[in-house]
Every structure is written in C-alpha cells, then in structure tokens.
Design a protein around this ligand. Sequence first.
Ligand code: HEM
Length: 286
Amino acid sequence: MSSNNYTAVENAIRSILKNNSYDDGSIAPVLVRLAWHASGTYDPRSPCPGGSNGATMRYAPESTDGANAGLEHARAFLEPIKKQFPWISYADLWTLAGVVAIEAMGGPKVRWTPGMSFNTIRSSGRQDYDPSTSRIKFAKIIPPNGRLPDAAQGQKHIRDVFYRMGFDDREIVALLGAHTIGRCHANRSGFEGPWTYTPTRFSNQYYVLLLKTSWDKKFLANGNMQYKDPEDELMMLPADIALILDPKFRTFVELYAKDKDTFYRDFSSAFSKLLELGVKRNQNKL
Ligand code: HEM
C-alpha cells in the first residue's frame, strides 16, 4: 500500500487556486477543464483507448490538439506541485486537481481514487506514460485529435461523443453543468465570455440561466456563432443550447435548475466516472 500523502497534495493545489492575475481571479476552472480533457479522449473500442491514464496530453498530437488550446497554462500551474511531490503521477495530479478545484469553488465532493506509484511490474491505476522506457508504441497510447466535443455542434454530436465514453443523457446534462464555472477565450477556442455571473463559484446557475434567459445568436469576427443574453454579458455555445432544444436533455436541465442537491449528486458521480475512464485497476505497467 502506498503511504503517499494525498492530503498534502490537495492542500498544495488548494493554495494555488486563487490567482489575481489570471482570468476571474482563480485558476480552478481551467484545472477542471484539464481533468476533463485528459479523460474525455476515452474510446473503449479503439486500440488506443485514451482516457486519463498515462497523462498523454504531455505529448503531441494530443498536446497540440486545437481542443486543448490553453490547457498548457493549467499544466504549467501544476508543475511546481509535481516538483514538490515527485511521487505523484501527472495522471493522478491532473485529475485530483480537478476534484480539489470543484470542491474549493463550492461544488460537491467527488470520489477520486489514486493509482499506486510503486515500481513493480504489475501496478494499478493511473500511471504516466514514458516513451523512453515503455514497450507500448506511441500510436497505441497517445489518442488522435478529434475525440473531444466540438462546441459548434448540436445534440447528435454530443450524444456520439459521450455515448462512446459510456455516459447516458442524464449524465451528459450533469457534466455540462461544469460550464457554470470558467469562461471561453477567443484565442483558445475562438468563443468568448463566461456562462454565468459567478464564474468562480460552482452552482446550478448554468441551468437556471439556460432556461430563463432569452438567447440570441451572435456572430464573432472570426466567423464563429455563439449565443448572447440581451445585455451581451453572458454566452452559451451551440452545444449548450442543444441541451434546451433537445426534449430529453431539457428534462434534466429543468430538474437541475430546480434541484441543486440532485445536480450536485449526479455531477459528482458522473465526474468521478469520467476521471476513471481508461484507468485499469490492476494492469501492466505503461
Ligand atoms: C459538449 C461538450 C462540451 C463542449 C462542446 C465544451 C466546450 C468548451 C469550450 C469551447 C470551452 C472554452 C475554452 C476556452 O476558450 O478556454 C469550454 C470551457 C470549459 N469547459 Fe467545456 N465543453 C464541453 C463539456 C465540458 C465538460 C463535460 C466539462 C467538465 C465536466 C467542461 C468544463 C469546462 C470548463 C470548466 C471550462 C472553462 C475553462 C476555463 O475557464 O479556462 N466542459 N468548454
């Protein structure tokens, strides 16, 4: 059993979240996005299954995937913590940071299980892929681009991506609730602005605003289309609006807008499941 002190790592992550020179004063949202994108490449039917195991976003083509633009900042923020606690794998650190960030913003506790970082032939849980020592070929471990969702698309695409990972409609709507925090950056995704007035507080505001605001199309100078509220302060992506256009998705938007506790419970279990994708407990070393 590992005697590694995960509580010390959690405290160290908590201590760097507040950052007045970054975005809305917190790096927590971008850490959540790192945890999600590290995990969201999962495709169990591919010879290269992806997922959070391996921390493969350190390598091209995953590191240079347009969908991951901006996540180099999240990885850099965590680098001093990796130096301080060299025994933790990047794969564990990135996913744990997402969990700590959600809770620190007022979100639910999320169950998180570490990998074991001892150097035996058989190890289990999240490890880091090391191309210089591994016998597994790059192409079998670094997922190709194109597995993460495209914000310009609607419900069919969202279902294709999340069903591939094993999520159902209710889990999809719960996971998208993470857009209650953070913002879009023109120079990263080509979209711009926050979803809510409180981008550093986790809550169910995303669903409330989706339903009660009248969303109009807005065309950006780069040609992208997003939605704006009447004051043009908030935004929604076409993928967010799909949640109210699709009757099945909409049922869950209505549920979570009314019932914060149910949202927190569902989000917590779906996010925990997301972070386990591609993680085989009791596997050979990567
Ligand atoms: C259909 C699915 C999704 C699409 C199309 C999508 C798209 C996007 C886009 C375009 C951005 C802006 C990135 C930037 O410009 O910096 C973003 C940000 C974000 N996304 Fe998603 N996303 C999806 C699902 C999720 C999920 C499942 C989570 C987590 C559970 C999540 C968490 C976040 C967070 C926290 C941010 C803010 C990052 C920041 O402030 O830097 N998203 N998303």
